[in-house]
Design a binder for this molecule. Structure first.
Ligand code: NAD
Ligand code: LMR
Length: 330
C-alpha cells in the first residue's frame, strides 16, 4: 500500500466531525486503496469526547485508517499534513445570519493560518467549512503567506448539492442526471444558485423545467435559505449533508473533475466575471492535477449580473469587517 495521506480535521469532536471522520476513513475522499492518517484537532475541554470518537473509529475497523492522532495542539494536528478540513468553529443558531459568526470565528482562522504556515506541507489543500466560510478562508490564507493562495478554498458544495437535489426532485429524476449547477459568490443568503448552464440528461435545465418564474424565484430562495430551514427543523445546523459536501469538495480537488463537468468552490477571485479580485468568491471550476481553474466564458445575463454584484458586495464588506477584527486582536 502507498504511504498514508495525512489529513487534519478540526472540530473533530463536533457534529460535522462525527460524520466526516467516518466518511474520510471509509475511503470516500482519497480512494478505497489509499491509507489515511487522521489528525483530529479540537479544543482542550473536548478531549474526552474526542477520545470517544477515536474509540468509535477503531471499532469501525476501517481498512484505510492507518493511524489516528487526537490532539488539542495545532502544531501536532497540522504537522506535515497533505489536506485540512477546517470545520472547528461556532455554528449559527436560529435567527442568525452566518456573518453574525464573524467576530467569534475569524480569530480561529487567523491562528490556524499561522499554524498551517509553520507546520503543514506547502502543498497542503485547505478546505474551510466553518462559517462564514468564504471570509474565514480568506483570513486563513492571509496568515499563511508561505502556502500558495490557490491551496485555500471555502465550501459551497453543500449549496451546489442542494441546488442539484431541488432540480432532480422537481423533475422526478435521479440526482446524478443533473449536472453543472453553479453557486456564485458567498456561502450566505446572497449566494446565487444558477442553473442557466446546467443540464439534465444532456438537456438544458431551463428547457426541462420549463418554468422560468420558479427557476428565477422560489428555486433560488429555497437554496439560499436551506441552511436556515435545517436549523429551524433540527435546532442544530446541517451536519451529515455538510460532511458529505466536504468530502465531495476534497474528492473533486484531489481526483479532478470529469470532462465537460465543473463544480463550485470558493476560491480567490482573479476578477473573472467582473468580481472583486482578492475575495474568496464561489465560481464554477475545472480541476486537473489538483489545480483548479475558473471556468471562463459563460454568458452572464443582466439578471445574473445583478446577483453576482450583490453577493460580491457582501464578500467585500465581510472582508473589511474581518480585517478589523484581526487588527484589533493583534
Ligand atoms: P459543532 O459546534 O457541533 O462543532 C464544532 C467543533 O469545533 C466543536 O467540537 C468545538 O469544540 C470545535 N472547535 C471550536 N473552536 C475550535 C478551535 N479553535 N480549534 C479546533 N476545534 C474547535 O459545530 P458543527 O455543526 O460541526 O459546525 C461547525 C462549523 O461548520 C460551524 O461554523 C457551521 O456554521 C459550519 N458549517 C458550514 C457549512 C458550509 O456549507 N460551509 C455547512 C454546515 C456547517
Ligand atoms: C448550512 O448551509 O447548512 C451551514 O452553513 C449551516 C448554516 O448556518 O446554515
Amino acid at each position: 500500500m502507498a504511504s498514508p495521506v495525512k489529513v487534519c480535521v478540526t472540530g473533530a469532536a463536533g457534529q460535522i466531525g462525527y460524520s466526516l471522520v467516518y466518511m474520510i476513513g471509509s475511503g470516500a475522499v482519497f480512494g478505497p486503496n489509499t491509507p489515511v492518517s487522521l489528525h483530529l484537532l479540537d479544543i482542550p475541554p473536548m478531549m474526552g469526547a474526542l477520545e470517544g470518537v477515536c474509540m468509535e473509529i477503531a471499532d469501525c475497523a476501517l481498512p484505510c485508517v492507518r493511524d489516528v492522532v487526537p490532539t488539542a495542539d495545532p502544531a501536532v494536528a497540522f504537522n506535515d499534513i497533505d489536506a485540512a478540513f477546517l470545520v472547528g468553529a461556532m455554528p449559527r443558531k436560529e435567527g442568525m445570519e452566518r456573518k453574525d459568526l464573524l467576530a467569534a470565528n475569524v480569530k480561529i482562522f487567523k491562528v490556524q493560518g499561522e499554524a498551517l504556515d509553520k507546520y503543514a506541507k506547502k502543498s497542503v489543500k485547505v478546505l474551510v467549512v466553518g462559517n462564514p466560510a468564504n471570509t474565514n478562508a480568506l483570513i486563513c490564507s492571509q496568515y499563511a503567506p508561505t502556502i500558495p493562495k490557490e491551496n485555500f478554498s471555502a465550501m459551497t458544495r453543500l449549496d451546489q448539492n442542494r441546488a442539484q437535489a431541488q432540480i432532480a426532485a422537481r423533475l422526478g429524476v435521479p440526482v446524478a442526471e443533473v449536472k453543472n449547477c453553479i453557486i456564485w459568490g458567498n456561502h450566505s443568503s446572497t449566494q446565487f444558485p444558477d442553473v442557466r448552464h446546467a443540464t439534465v440528461n444532456g438537456k438544458p435545465v431551463y428547457e426541462a423545467v420549463n418554468d422560468d418564474a420558479w427557476l428565477m424565484g422560489d428555486f433560488i430562495s429555497t437554496v439560499q435559505k436551506r441552511g436556515g430551514a435545517v436549523i429551524a427543523a433540527r435546532k442544530l445546523s446541517s451536519a451529515m449533508s455538510a460532511a458529505k459536501a466536504a468530502c465531495d469538495h476534497m474528492s473533486s480537488w484531489w481526483n479532478g473533475t470529469p470532462d465537460g463537468q465543473f463544480v463550485s468552490m470558493g476560491v480567490f477571485s482573479d476578477g473573472s466575471y467582473d468580481t472583486a479580485p482578492g475575495v474568496m468568491f464561489s465560481f464554477p471550476v475545472h480541476i486537473k492535477d489538483r489545480k483548479w481553474s475558473i471556468v471562463q466564458g459563460l454568458p452572464i445575463d443582466d439578471f445574473a449580473k445583478g446577483k453576482l454584484e450583490a453577493t460580491g458586495k457582501e464578500l467585500c464588506e465581510e472582508r473589511d469587517d474581518a480585517m478589523s477584527v484581526c487588527a484589533a486582536a493583534q
